[in-house]
Ligand binder design. Structure first.
Ligand code: HEC
Ligand code: HEC
Length: 315
């Protein structure tokens, strides 16, 4: 893997970059895992069959409603470009909700739409779907919440609504969310083991320093920590979300090939790095942990390798 020629790396980059080549990215993801001679499968993939197939993009209607749905898709797949005012990092929604929000087990939009309004412990009240979207901007995008009646939120709602046409309402569908039910580490996650998994299975694309790879100022491979990543308030900083996402979806196009232990270890390694401060921080790391991160799934406010996590990084 270390000696991949630059040309091949370039091809890989293009195929993997969903907003530049959606069809290629989809093809890469659906290629059988066994076709990659570069890898050894460590465990059989155990992904649930999706209970729902979203309509093809060609079914987006013409007219003003179709235009709004298409705008929502554009925002979702290239968020810095189309929702610039509300984004504080280089990520797009589709970096974590793969295949433009369609892919099962990567928190697809069709698995979310029919589950709102929903009570969320995170903010202690019932959230509309729009408020859930606002949360993604504040935390995962390290930005600020677009107003509920803004074009950005309405377009994203239109896209999610359209994608969920025909899905049962109020039912947790197979493939919704990240598959974290009953997904436990055989042994407690370990930083040093995670570093080894990272070097072997992730660094090629996300960089040895976790900063991803950029071409002309745009992410070809997204960063996993540091100033351009999701912040300490984002769901991905919690170990169970990260481990489940990684197990199901990473390395890209080879989801399901890491062992459960490797997925937890590398999730811990990723989430034990510094990232932008939690926007709810009010001057004290211990108090912020006590108020928002009092769970073994969060490393915020704990010390790993002599570093107190939660100091934040400058944007
Ligand atoms: C850094 C990764 C990341 C990015 C970027 C991101 N999200 Fe998320 N998103 C998550 C995680 C983690 C969850 C929580 C999933 C869970 O609890 O199962 C989530 C949850 C959601 C949900 C609720 C899913 C459900 O099943 O209830 C929606 C809707 C959503 N995100 C939309 C967006 C939108 C829109 C954007 C872009 C503005 C975005 N996300 C950007 C990681 C991300
Ligand atoms: C072949 C290249 C490749 C490899 C190898 C790879 N990734 Fe990714 N990863 C990507 C791409 C590309 C995306 C964005 C997906 C998209 O936009 O469709 C991504 C997205 C992510 C995300 C969510 C977005 C973010 O930046 O936070 C996480 C977390 C992640 N990868 C972790 C890992 C881990 C951990 C490994 C190793 C086990 C890994 N990846 C291996 C290419 C790769």
């Amino acid at each position: 893997m270390k000696h991949l020629p630059i040309v091949l790396l370039g091809t890989l980059a293009l195929a993997a970059c969903s907003h530049q080549a959606p069809d290629a990215a989809v093809a890469a993801k659906s290629a059988p895992a066994a076709s990659g001679a570069m890898q050894t499968a460590k465990a059989a993939p155990k992904q649930a069959q999706p209970a729902f197939t979203p309509p093809p993009e060609s079914a987006i209607p013409a007219g003003p409603l179709g235009d709004e749905i298409r705008l929502g898709r554009a925002i979702f797949t290239d968020t810095p470009e189309h929702a610039h005012d509300y984004v504080g990092n280089g990520l797009s929604c589709s970096n974590c909700h793969l295949d433009a929000g369609r892919l099962a087990n990567s928190a697809p939009l069709w698995g979310a739409w029919g589950m709102y309004p929903q009570y969320r412990k995170k903010n202690g009240h019932v959230n509309s779907f729009g408020e859930r979207l606002q949360g993604c901007f504040r935390f995962s995008m390290n930005g600020k919440a677009p107003p509920l009646d803004s074009d950005v939120i309405v377009a994203l709602e239109s896209y999610a609504w359209w994608m969920s046409k025909g899905a049962p309402n109020g039912v947790k569908l197979a493939g919704a969310g990240y598959p974290k039910q009953g997904f436990k580490p055989p042994q407690p996650p370990d930083y040093a083991r995670g570093a080894a998994v990272y070097a072997q299975d992730c660094a090629l694309c996300h960089g040895a320093d976790g900063q991803g790879q950029q071409v002309a100022g745009r992410n070809v491979f997204p960063p996993l920590w540091g100033p351009q990543s999701f912040n300490w308030g984002a769901g991905m900083h919690e170990l169970d979300n990260a481990a489940a996402f990684i197990k199901a979806n990473m390395p890209l196009s080879r989801g399901g090939t890491l062992s459960d232990q490797d997925a937890w270890d590398v999730a811990m390694y990723m989430d034990a790095h510094e990232r932008p401060q939690d926007p709810r921080y009010a001057g004290d790391v211990a108090a912020t942990r006590a108020k928002y991160h009092d769970t073994p799934m969060s490393l915020y406010g704990t010390t790993v390798n002599g570093h107190l996590l939660g100091s934040g990084v400058a944007k």
